[in-house]
Structure formats: C-alpha cells, structure tokens
Design a protein around this ligand. Structure first.
Ligand code: UDP
Length: 240
C-alpha cells in the first residue's frame, strides 16, 4: 500500500454556511478561528490537509437564478464567494502558526496562486495547508464536486465532509423528523438511489467510480476534525 509510506492526506470539505456562524450570511471570524485551530492541530500531528470551502454563506447560483439572474453569471458570483472564505481561513491558519496557500480555479494573482495540482502536492509535503478556491472554475458545478475532484487529483485517502448542524446522514431530516435514524455506514449506491443528503449526485458518482470514501460529520463539534482524521467512529462513512 503506497499510502503507508507517506503521511496521511485528507481533503476536508467545509460548509460555507458554517463560516457564517448561524447567521447564514458572511463570515464569523470566531467560527473560522475555531476551525483553523483544529486544522492546525491535525497538521502539527503530521497529517496533510487540503481544504475546499463552500460558498453558500455568500451566493448560491441556483438561488440567484430563481430570482431572475443568468445562471452562469450567478455561478461565477458563487465561486468568487468561496474565495473570501478561503482568505478568512488562511488568515486564521497563519495566526495559528500554520503555513497555507490558497489556489484558485479562477486566476486572481494578487490574492492567490492559480490551481496547479503538482505544486499543491508539494505544498502539502512541506506541511502547508492548501485551500482550493473558486470551485472548479466552471458554472453548473458545486464545491462538493470540486472537493471530490481535488481529493482524487491530489490522491487524498478520504473526503472528509464537514457539515453544519448535522452529525451524519439520516434516513429523514433530523431537524424536522424526531424519528429520523442515523446511518453509521452507507454504500454509494444507497446514497444515490435514496437521494440521501451527502453531496450532489455528480460528486457521489465521482467518488463511487474512483472508490474514494467519504466521511460525513458535524464540522463544529469540538475536536471532530481530529476524530475524523484519526478514523474514530463518528458521522457516516460512505464507501463501496
Ligand atoms: N459554483 C460553481 N462551480 C463550482 C463550484 C461552485 O458554479 O465548481 C458556484 C455555485 O453557484 C454554487 C456556489 O458557487 O451554488 C457556492 O458553492 P457551494 O457548492 O457552496 O454551493 P452550496 O452547496 O452552498 O449551495
């Protein structure tokens, strides 16, 4: 197993909504600091961490489209929103003494490097956190799909899906249905056929076709990022 010869590498997908700290909009520095502290701790323990952050705390293309805007243009706005989250996380990682680089799929040389996969891997090997911004750079995609694609391209062993306010995958919405039951483990095919809320279908099929396991867990529960990296039994594991 080639993975045994090198540090463990993970792609961490962070909910953009979580960054807003309950308000749903913008960035709450306290929340971002808390997440940065946890990431810095697992990097100090030797894990390699790459990050993709959603943008739902700024714009979602599909929502703007419903309100009359052109879909592709609103998707670009969505992608630009993710970059602000990336810069916020970079700032707090720096304050924790952890080096990081932001790489964006839409070039913006003053604030970030362009997405260069081999360079991203080099950064990871040097102990830097790599934060991927602007999604895939393409309208009609999501940051979930971006997370799956980047995880595959940098050869991460697992996609860690940090969710906002839910500790795994349930058979019904636990916020509205008190009888909802949490799954400890699921197969990709069940996620797709039952349309379970793990990630969008494009992301799930990408993981399934390439056998990339996904751990869905509650992002803001204290210590959960470390638990996810250590392989403790939290959340829901989606695999073959
Ligand atoms: N987006 C896109 N292409 C990508 C990634 C994101 O067009 O590769 C846009 C899309 O409009 C999306 C928004 O950026 O709604 C924010 O991304 P995210 O995946 O967080 O959307 P959410 O899951 O919060 O709806």
């Amino acid at each position: 197993n080639p993975l045994e010869d090198r540090p463990r590498r993970f792609l961490l997908k962070l909910s953009g909504e979580a960054f807003s700290g309950g308000t749903g909009l913008g960035v709450d520095p306290d929340v971002v600091h808390k997440i940065a502290r946890e990431i810095a701790a697992v990097v100090r323990d030797g894990a390699e961490i790459a990050v993709v952050i959603g943008g739902g705390n700024f714009f979602r293309g599909a929502e703007l489209q419903q309100r009359g805007m052109d879909r592709a243009r609103s998707d670009y706005m969505g992608m630009l929103g993710t970059v602000m989250n990336c810069l916020a996380l970079q700032d707090f990682l720096e304050k924790e003494g952890t080096d990081s680089r932001v790489q964006t799929a839409i070039t913006m040389g003053q604030v970030a490097e362009p997405y260069i996969p081999l360079r991203a891997v080099r950064h990871l090997q040097k102990g830097r956190v790599v934060i991927f911004g602007a999604g895939m750079g393409m309208p009609y995609f999501s940051t979930d799909t971006t997370a799956a694609q980047r995880a595959l391209e940098i050869d991460a062993e697992m996609l860690l899906m940090g969710k906002n306010g839910v500790d795994g995958v349930y058979d019904a919405d636990p916020r509205t249905n008190p009888d909802a039951v949490k799954y400890d483990a699921l197969e990709y095919s069940e996620v797709i056929t039952r349309d379970l809320k793990v990630a969008d279908a494009t992301a799930i099929t990408l993981c399934r076709d390439n056998k990339l396991p996904i751990l869905v867990f509650e992002l803001l529960a204290e210590g959960n990022i470390a638990r996810a990296v250590k392989g403790e039994k939290i959340g829901t594991l989606v695999s073959d």
